[in-house]
Design a protein around this ligand. Structure first.
Ligand code: NAD
Length: 367
């Protein structure tokens, strides 16, 4: 299959990416390479021991640790972190953790323009994007800015080897969602489509091996490779129904980020499948098998089920009584999506996702 397009625009950012088990031990070299001397190490409270180990490894080039990163990047946490960075005279940031810690580093960089080194420990992919989501007064807003994009990413399979299997699966489906929606993005380009397909293929190949042996470093390395590719797609092209719905469910109903992506993905892709069957064909092939005539939504549903991923909004703590309000919020603001968005269709999608039914195969024509 060719991803050639007769017209497209693409921009590639200058990001240094290093892969390899143990590569986190190269942080000091990367700090020096940036011309920096005083790194502030960031983490969540849960991963403060990883931040401490990294700071010890870096030695005199680490000037401090800030371990209060939190989900959805609250502005009050960022302000404390910026004050701390100024107090210790930090001239670069090193974030070790998932999307929440990366988000804090990006929020500090947005305000200070400090360079960032990110050492990811989940598959969320935030390290590869210029996007920053922040929360203030219980409202989440998103911006895209070149200052926010990290300069260096170190992918170390040893760090994800300890990611619990349930988080591994939901975080991977979060990454796969970037790639699946990237395939039909209005501003897609041949390179983003190639990366999307290769990213999904990497997860489809490696995840079953990770399930069988969570500490298999080859398989973990391949999942990180998938995360990098899928995250890069997210950083290059616009997202649609799936990401908007997850944003609504996370922002307005407090559902956890990666699990929400895991539950919604097969339904959102099923919803769009009828409008862009050719663009989504790789999803069906990758997750449903080479000779599969399966619908891409059904293939993702079966794949998620085979990994014991959560399949219902009910098990994430969503109340059935909130589904109407969720459908209202999700259809309040118009945005581009390959299939036309109607409130009743979204309400049905949410109902299927709430109960864990197989996704409906949509016959919708392009929007
Ligand atoms: P997270 O960073 O919130 O991590 C969840 C919990 O797991 C945290 O307590 C964390 O410390 C812990 N954890 C992380 N890695 C671990 C490991 N290897 N072993 C054990 N525990 C580990 O979760 P996430 O899903 O990576 O990130 C979610 C956040 O990232 C959301 O706020 C989301 O909006 C944001 N995000 C942003 C972008 C972007 O481009 N801006 C992209 C994807 C996600």
């Amino acid at each position: 299959m060719s991803f050639f397009q007769p017209q497209f625009v693409t921009e590639t950012a200058a990001v240094r990416v290093r892969f390899g088990p143990g590569v986190r031990h190269e942080v000091a070299e990367e700090i020096r390479r940036l011309g920096a001397r005083r790194a502030l190490v960031l983490s969540t409270p849960h991963q403060s021991s990883s931040a401490l180990a990294l700071a010890e490894d870096v030695g005199p080039l680490a000037t401090g640790i800030f371990s209060s990163a939190a989900m959805h990047t609250p502005v009050e946490v960022t302000e404390k972190a910026v004050a701390h960075a100024r107090e210790v005279g930090a001239d670069c940031l090193v974030a070790i953790g998932g999307g929440s810690t990366t988000g804090l580093g990006k929020a500090i960089a947005y305000r200070t323009d400090l360079p960032q080194i990110v050492v990811p420990t989940t598959y969320a992919g935030s390290e590869a994007t210029p996007i920053l989501g922040q929360t203030e007064n219980a409202r989440k807003t998103t911006l895209s800015d070149a200052r926010v994009r990290p300069e260096v990413i170190l992918y170390d399979a040893e760090l994800v080897a300890s990611l619990p299997v349930s988080m591994t699966v939901t975080s991977a489906l979060n990454a796969i969602a970037h790639a699946a929606e990237g395939l039909y993005a209005k501003d897609r380009n041949p390179l983003s489509s190639v990366m999307a397909v290769e990213g999904m293929r990497a997860f489809a190949s490696a995840l079953p091996r990770v399930m069988a042996a969570p500490e298999d470093l080859d398989a973990r390395g391949e999942t990180l490779y998938g995360a990098w590719l899928c995250g890069t797609v997210l950083g290059q092209v616009g997202m649609a129904l799936h990401h908007k719905l997850c944003h609504t469910l996370g922002g307005s109903f407090g559902l956890s980020h990666a699990e929400t992506h895991a539950v919604i993905l097969p339904h959102a892709i099923g919803f769009n499948a009828g409008a862009v069957p050719d663009l989504l064909a790789p999803v069906a092939e990758i997750f449903g098998g080479p000779n599969s005539a399966t619908d891409p939504g059904a293939a993702l549903h079966a794949f998620a089920g085979s990994l014991n991923a959560p399949l219902t909004l009910a098990e994430l703590g969503m109340a059935e009584a909130d589904l109407d309000r969720a459908a209202d919020i999700a259809t309040q603001n118009a945005y581009w999506n390959p299939a036309p968005l109607d409130r009743d269709g979204i309400r049905r999608l949410l109902d299927d996702a709430f109960h864990g039914r197989a996704p409906s195969t949509s016959g919708r024509v392009p929007g």
